[in-house]
Ligand binder design. Structure first.
Ligand code: GLA
Length: 410
């Protein structure tokens, strides 16, 4: 069977789509178009809310927002992915007050003020049109891409000046996390927004969630004969359901029981495991602590020199270990993810693992350059044979962070 490969839009294409939707809806030109990428995490899953390490890259697939500030406190929103136009007053935004996708947009406006990054006077309303080629519900952070695109747009039109350097971008990311946690109500950790705002082209972002520190690690695959395939399993997944929150609560409870601020502070894994009675909690802790170690070793391999065969084998082994840990200890994989990982590995991937929150969503495979089509076909066939939905695929060179696409004169 042929494989379904989802191409990324060019900047021009995305900007035109968003600006055209804006014009058709609001009868005027936007002040500009801004865009932000989805992300894929190379390794380090469910470590962010444990103060740990993770290593995402920005996807070439982006969300585009065409936006124009208003003089009042109204936000009017339209999305190519949803029908109808919505209208929300910024005065009505707060925890639990906005339903559906607009919460991610007005939540960011609310959080920029709540975080003290914008004064209430600057925080005028706006009209916004959204279009995106980040697959939705695929565990590739379509919501963080939307938040980050809105954050970088409001940074410009409200004149905040935070997007110019990494320190400012980390504050924008914090506001996006607050929007997601408090206004949209998803208790996520913060990796996704940092990736979308702070990752660099041809680099993976080593994010230390203990202090928000970052390092840009070289991750330029084509020159070393590699490529990264993302396998969107199309298995249903939702972060607002109880499973993600349950994992987070159980880690926080374990940290309290062990007398540490977060599981990052566990230095003696065996000692910690023997201090915990519940076998399920022990497995959760073992995943988090060993996963943080795997990120550190993966980062060392990326930094230590050119990606020769030995280093690539090392990366692959760490990816395989990460998947097994998520499958058996953290119990966040599913049949589709396991089949994607096993098939990709059997047909020549150097390494493969599920990525993102789990319970569905996507897997990644590190491949010899030029083999993505063949691997994608094999995975598509295996899914058909198992009676699963038809998967989709993306190629993901490490891409650029949130930025303005164009500034048209209104
Ligand atoms: C989701 C969350 C992130 C992170 C990952 C798992 O993507 O949004 O904060 O916890 O799951 O690593």
């Amino acid at each position: 069977m042929t494989a379904r490969l989802l191409p990324a839009w060019t900047a021009d294409d995305g900007a035109h789509r968003a600006a055209d939707l804006f014009g058709a809806t609001f009868g005027a030109a936007p002040e500009g178009v801004w865009s932000a990428p989805g992300r894929v995490n190379l390794i380090g899953e469910h470590t962010d809310y444990n103060g740990g390490l993770c290593l995402p890259v920005a996807l070439p697939h982006r969300t585009f927002v065409a936006l124009r500030p208003r003089e009042d406190r109204t936000v009017r929103l339209v999305s190519a992915q949803e029908s109808g136009t919505r209208s929300v007053s910024l005065d009505d935004v707060g925890p639990g007050t906005v339903e559906g996708w607009p919460a991610y947009v007005v939540g960011v406006a609310w959080a920029l003020v709540a975080e003290g990054l914008a004064s209430r006077d600057r925080a005028v309303g706006f009209d916004v049109a959204v279009d995106s080629c980040v697959p939705y519900g695929a565990g590739l952070s379509s919501s963080a891409a939307l938040e980050s695109a809105v954050a970088i747009a409001l940074d410009d039109v409200w004149g905040l000046g935070l997007g110019a350097d990494d320190a400012g971008r980390s504050r924008l990311a914090a506001a996006c996390v607050r929007a997601e946690n408090e206004v949209a109500g998803a208790p996520t950790g913060g990796m996704d927004q940092s990736a979308s705002l702070r990752a660099q082209e041809r680099h993976a972002l080593l994010l230390d969630c203990r202090d928000g520190g970052t390092r840009q690690l070289p991750f330029d695959l084509a020159p070393v004969g590699l490529e990264l395939l993302v396998i969107d399993t199309r298995a249903p997944h939702a972060l607002v359901d109880g499973q993600y929150a349950e994992r987070r609560d159980s880690c926080e409870a374990a940290a309290r029981q062990l007398g540490v601020a977060t599981l990052r502070e566990v230095t003696d894994l065996q000692g910690a495991l023997s201090a915990l009675d519940d076998p399920v909690v022990r497995r959760r802790v073992r995943h988090v602590v060993t996963e943080i170690e795997r990120v550190a070793r993966f980062a060392e391999l990326l930094q230590g020199g050119p990606l020769d065969a030995e280093r690539v084998a090392g990366l692959g082994a760490l990816m395989a270990g990460s998947h097994v840990s998520m499958r058996d200890d953290y119990e966040i994989s599913c049949a589709e993810l396991d089949l994607a990982v096993d098939t990709a590995t059997a047909v020549g991937a150097h390494g493969a693992r599920m990525t993102g929150g789990g319970f569905g969503g996507s897997a990644i495979a590190l491949l010899p350059a030029g083999s993505a089509d063949r691997v994608a076909r094999e995975v598509t066939d295996a899914f058909a044979a198992a009676g699963f939905a038809r998967p989709a695929f993306l190629l993901s060179p490490a891409s650029a962070p949130a930025a303005a696409v164009s500034a048209t004169s209104g």
